[in-house]
Design a binder for this molecule. Structure first.
Ligand code: DGJ
Length: 339
């Protein structure tokens, strides 16, 4: 079976893994969403069952998730208080390129859906991060104030004041992920400020909104494809550089708290083709059920000319002196975690 669930994430729920990802179609046009978010399930990570489309794009051209929108990197988490499954994804309304920089939020009572689309929003509208500086609250003027997809080479987000620029409409949220901590709190982590800063924002108790508490991390470091996991009380981050669909060297970091401070530990890839993250871009770290501290790196190998032909690589996560490491393996199975 060909798994069509790109830019995805996996939820482990009651002993079953549920893989949610972008359903891509053929050709260049397949980079837009024409079907929705596809779900597959597995009990062992080797054998997968097609659970169908968990969230469908809408036939209504006025819908925020109309057929032809860009719907990327869907992530699903479970809220034990509301007993709902909550999906967040990067959403670009149809026909506007990547200028929307929004998140879409959907909810379901059953893990495989159907998910009901709730709303689309920018991140943390009219909220200042905990690390805001007085100068962020002073508007800039002119050309540099323009909302741009990416900053120019060498331009620092604080020289443009991207944070202040987006205070009213809400902060950019392009590549994104969700992370649930051991204490049940959930976080939205995204590429913000014209892809130059990562924002880490706490969600409300129902996981349907921003609580208002957030921080800026890696200011000016221009990363996308964020993926996060926690091991032995430490938080690990991996992201890519910003080169569209082309792979580039990854960046890893570690922190004692989700709020930081984040210490960068370099490119986690150490074998040949490390400069392309083994021809992949980070998507998700999958905790392996029943194997304490075991995580699998999931990275997309994009095929933008024929989107449906995109592939994944999965690699076991290793650590060396507290540093996140990914070694290339032609073949491996779950027994690597028994050693
Ligand atoms: C890289 C991102 O990581 C992908 O999710 C996608 O948005 C492409 N850029 C689009 O060029």
């Amino acid at each position: 079976m060909h798994i069509n669930a790109h830019g995805g994430g996996i939820l482990l729920h009651r002993g079953t893994y549920y893989w949610f990802g972008e359903h891509k179609t053929e050709g260049r046009g397949g980079n837009q969403a024409h079907v929705g978010v596809h779900c597959y399930s597995s009990k062992d990570l080797y054998n997968w069952k097609d659970e169908g489309i968990a969230l469908k794009v809408s036939d209504d051209p006025e819908s925020m998730i109309a057929d032809g929108c860009i719907l990327e990197r869907p992530k699903v988490i479970y809220n034990p208080k509301t007993r709902k499954f909550v999906m967040w994804f990067h959403l670009e309304p149809k026909g506007k390129g990547y200028s929307g920089a929004m998140v879409g939020i959907a909810q379901a009572s059953k893990v495989t859906g159907p998910f009901t689309f709730i709303r689309a929003t920018r991140a943390t509208p009219q909220m200042w991060p905990v690390d805001v500086k007085p100068f962020h609250k002073i508007p800039k003027e002119g050309e540099i104030w323009k909302d741009r997809a990416n900053l120019s080479a060498g331009e620092h987000p604080d020289s443009v004041n991207t944070l202040g620029r987006d205070f009213l409409p809400g902060q950019h949220s392009r590549d994104m992920t969700l992370f649930v901590d051991d204490d049940g709190k959930a976080y939205h982590i995204c590429s913000s400020e014209s892809n130059s800063v990562i924002h880490i924002a706490e969600l409300t108790d129902d996981f349907l909104d921003f609580s208002g508490k957030y921080v800026r991390a890696f200011v000016g470091d221009r990363m996308e494809a964020p993926a996060v996991f926690k091991k032995d009380g430490l938080y690990y981050f991996m992201g890519s550089e910003c080169t569209g669909w082309r792979p580039n060297p990854a960046h890893a970091a570690v922190a004692p708290s989700i709020w930081g401070p984040w210490t960068q530990t370099g490119n986690p890839c150490v074998d040949a083709d490390s400069e392309t993250t083994y021809h992949s871009q980070s998507t998700f770290f999958l905790p392996v059920a029943g194997k304490e501290g075991a995580f699998i790196y999931m990275g997309d190998r994009w095929r933008p000319e024929n989107a449906i032909d995109g592939r994944y690589i999965w690699l076991p996560v290793e650590f060396e002196e507290g540093r996140l490491i990914l070694r290339w393996r032609d073949e491996w199975d779950l027994s690597v975690f028994d050693k």
